[in-house]
Design a protein around this ligand. Structure first.
Ligand SMILES: *Cc1c(COP(=O)(O)O)cnc(C)c1O
Length: 407
């Protein structure tokens, strides 16, 4: 027997084995999951938890949704990958259904969220040179402080989080960072060489930060006036999470490029897309951009089912209604350690006062009570359960928060 089989529990042995072989770029809660169904997941000890993270909003439809599962299994038995050197019979229908649902004209299919972001940045730059007439190599893209858009080198290069960017340079030039939520700062940063502004409608990883009312509208007007592309990263806020299909709808605007990912597959498979509402996408020609797996038939079949159940089962409306109920209940908890309860739909957060002992402790206490949530930064607990959450489950979550939040 080696050290690993001598560990106390099954959980400990998995954790030890991971520590032995894995890159340590995550610090997960000490729970090893083996099964999921709807809002619930089970660990290897047989304990059940309500999932309040939903894989960072990739499982909006609930774990192992039977209809998405069926689409995946059926397609996997038929055809999984053709590459884009050939066509497949799922892609066209995926495009058509996604465009109809999101009121878009063009789709560029990718896999991970970061790839969708990279793709949008490339398209925006090319549009800047070919259509706007920006001098070669001078394109500028404006981003917001505390942004999170993924982990590639160009993306972390314009992050303001030292942990995300430290040690990974040199970085791509051409990005300008302005404070999030400040419309005047956006306006002041625009120059004749600005090709795009890239924003999250609500900053998720930063701790569910909602910008002041009117901010996105001001960004939209600025972009229209200055001939700049508005790119909204809805990889986390999109597909029902905030109680609307896209968070941009809360301010009644439309981005030029909208990025979706995560829940586009209901958590079954990495699928992302750039949605385009203008002729911006037409700057791409054959050979100029691509991905071996992007637009593959398995991804398309899974995404089609994931979108269908989101709509057919009323998940977007449910997120709005149950989210409002849960937020109200959380806000009513009398706990001195709580600084603020905020959020939209089922994208909620409880921020603690700095002296309240930290969010990690609260997450560990919730775990012991059968509720999985993850802290973002030191003092914020994000609450983002699957969008199929019922009233009773929302009440149950609030009840446990009432008992563990620091007084
Ligand atoms: C998760 C996320 C990404 C990156 O998606 P990956 O699939 O992890 O590459 C980008 N933007 C936002 C807003 C996200 O939440």
């Amino acid at each position: 027997m080696n050290d690993i089989t001598l560990q106390h529990s099954l959980t400990d042995s998995y954790i030890a084995l991971e520590a032995l072989y894995g890159a340590k770029n995550y610090k997960p809660l000490d729970v090893v999951l083996t099964r999921g169904e709807g809002v619930y997941v089970w660990d290897v000890e047989g304990r059940r938890y309500l999932d309040c993270l939903s894989a960072y909003s990739a499982v909006n439809q609930g774990h192992c949704h039977p209809k998405i599962l069926e689409a995946m299994v059926q397609q996997a038995q038929r055809l999984t990958l053709t590459s884009r050197a050939f066509r497949n019979d799922q892609l066209a229908a995926f495009y058509e259904e996604l465009c109809a649902l999101t009121n878009s004209h063009k789709v560029l299919p990718m896999n991970s969220g970061a790839e969708a972001v990279e793709s949008a940045l490339k398209v925006a730059r090319k549009w800047g040179y070919e259509v706007k007439g920006v001098p070669d190599g001078q394109a500028e893209i404006i981003v917001a402080s505390e942004n999170f858009h993924g982990r590639t080198i160009s993306i972390v290069g314009f992050s303001t989080d030292p942990q995300s960017r430290g040690g990974f340079g040199p970085f791509a030039p051409g990005f300008k960072v302005v404070p999030f939520g400040d419309a005047e700062a956006l306006e002041a940063a625009v120059t004749p060489n600005t090709v795009a502004i890239l924003l999250e409608p609500i900053q998720g990883e930063a701790g569910v930060i909602i910008p002041p009312a009117g901010y996105l509208k001001a960004a939209r007007e600025l972009c229209t006036r200055e001939n700049v592309i508005l790119i909204l990263d809805e990889i986390q806020t999109g597909l029902g999470r905030t109680g609307k299909l896209l968070a941009e709808e809360h301010e009644g605007i439309e981005a030029d490029l909208t990025l979706i990912g995560k829940a586009l597959s209901g958590g079954f498979y990495p699928v992302s897309a750039v949605l385009s509402n203008t002729e911006v996408m037409s700057v791409l020609h054959p050979g100029e951009h691509g991905s071996t797996f992007g637009g593959n038939p398995l991804a398309c079949a899974v995404a089609r089912a994931a979108l269908r159940v989101l709509v057919e089962e009323g998940m977007v409306e449910n997120a709005a209604r149950v989210g409002e109920r849960l937020k109200g209940q959380l806000a009513a908890i009398k706990a001195g350690g709580v600084k603020e309860v905020r959020g939209r739909g089922l994208m909620l957060a409880v921020e603690l006062h700095p002296e309240a002992g930290g969010a990690r402790r609260v997450c560990e206490a919730l775990q012991a009570r059968g509720l999985l949530a993850k802290e973002t930064h030191e003092h914020t607990i994000r609450i983002a359960p699957p969008l199929i959450l019922t009233d009773e489950q929302a009440d149950w979550i609030a009840g446990h928060f009432a008992e563990v939040l620091p007084r």
